[in-house]
Write a protein that binds this ligand. Structure first.
Ligand SMILES: NC(=O)c1ccc[n+]([C@@H]2O[C@H](COP(=O)([O-])OP(=O)(O)OC[C@H]3O[C@@H](n4cnc5c(N)ncnc54)[C@H](O)[C@@H]3O)[C@@H](O)[C@H]2O)c1
Length: 322
């Protein structure tokens, strides 16, 4: 079989570990040249590796001074790709800053002369029950996931719009990373669930706005064994002694690579759940049973009316953790 990403240039954010690393390796194996971004932060987003100048990367400050870092998890993945005969370059910037996001695009253009696919994947968790959730934990998680999707998307889209205007309409692709938490809600993850739900809405708007420039935008809701999940869901995530290791992060990457390739022409504005060997098209909010009085309701009438409607509607999916 031929490589489906031959000639393409792909940026993957948060690609130093876990799912992003698997995506970067899979894109390279399919012929893509890859910009491997990772800020190299801990599971809760705090810095733990010194930058090249000896300063520490603090999420919220610019990641620019260390953008092309020669250490850290992004560089390790670049080394793996190169060892396998592929082409890649490391980017150590913070994707939730304008400088970090803009330099993702300039790094791709300066290193390889083009950009075809953006995979938004970077993120971290600050899980707390809502009554204990500090404003800082809310802000940090909304920032890295939601702003960390918006800013790279905006800069990549501006490049593709310019290409389109110059008569070079691209077959560009954006793959965003949501979560079951964003689709159904997850107890103890109010900040994360809100951010991941926002990413779904952002995906729908981006797909609608960017189609005219040759850009397709889809989202995945993955499940896999990474540092994010291996402790909280140890049993579900464990690798079996024999047989198919369904929770290996590498199982999520084929769909991401296909969505990020020219082969996915015509598929946009979709959300896919992907885990092991299963791919599910997620069907979003759509009108269910309705009642139109043709006039304003009296609040006292609504008890009966709403019960009537709910009796006709399927029950909602269970929130994770209930
Ligand atoms: N693992 C799962 O089962 C699962 C389920 C649903 C969604 N997700 C989502 O998948 C994505 C990848 O998660 P993972 O499980 O591989 O986690 P991970 O912690 O292994 O990888 C995330 C990477 O993002 C990097 N990162 C964090 N903030 C960054 C920033 N500001 N700029 C650049 N890089 C940054 C981290 O350094 C880390 O290497 C996340 O968006 C996560 O929410 C994962």
């Amino acid at each position: 079989m031929s490589a489906i990403c031959d000639g393409r240039v792909v940026v993957v954010t948060g690609a130093g570990r876990g799912l992003g690393r698997a995506h970067a390796l899979a894109f390279a194996a399919q012929g893509a040249r890859v910009v491997v971004n990772d800020l190299g932060v801990t599971l809760d987003g705090t810095p733990h590796t010194p930058g090249p100048t000896g300063t520490r990367h603090t999420p919220g400050s610019t990641g620019t001074p260390g953008v092309l870092r020669s250490d850290g998890p992004a560089a390790a993945v670049v080394a793996e790709i190169r060892a396998a005969g592929g082409e890649a370059i490391a980017h150590g910037g913070d994707i939730a800053t304008p400088e970090g996001a803009a330099s993702l695009v300039t790094t791709a253009l300066e290193a390889y002369g083009r950009l075809d696919t953006l995979v938004n994947n970077a993120g971290f968790l600050r899980d707390r029950m809502l009554v204990n959730l500090d404003e800082d934990d809310w802000d940090a998680v909304l920032r890295v996931h939601l702003k960390g999707h918006f800013l790279p998307l905006k800069h990549a889209a501006a490049h593709w719009r310019a290409e389109h205007k110059a008569g070079r309409t691209p077959h560009a692709r954006i793959v965003n990373t949501s979560s079951g938490a964003g689709l159904l809600g997850s107890v103890g993850q109010g900040n994360y669930s809100a951010a991941k739900a926002g990413i779904v809405a952002l995906t729908l708007v981006a797909a609608a706005e960017l189609a005219r420039y040759g850009v397709q935008v889809n989202a995945i809701a993955p499940a896999a064994r990474t540092r994010m999940t291996q402790r909280a869901f140890a049993e579900t995530m464990a690798a079996p002694a024999t047989g198919f290791d369904a929770m290996a992060p590498e199982n999520v990457s084929p769909l991401v690579v296909w969505l990020g390739s020219a082969a996915s022409e015509g598929v946009t504005g979709r959300v896919f759940e992907t885990e092991g060997g299963r791919i599910t098209v997620m069907e979003g909010w759509r009108p269910g049973p309705a009642l139109d009085k043709g006039a304003r309701w009296d609040p006292a009438e609504l008890g009966e009316a709403v019960q009537e409607l709910l009796a006709l509607a399927p029950p909602p999916g269970a929130v994770y953790g209930t």
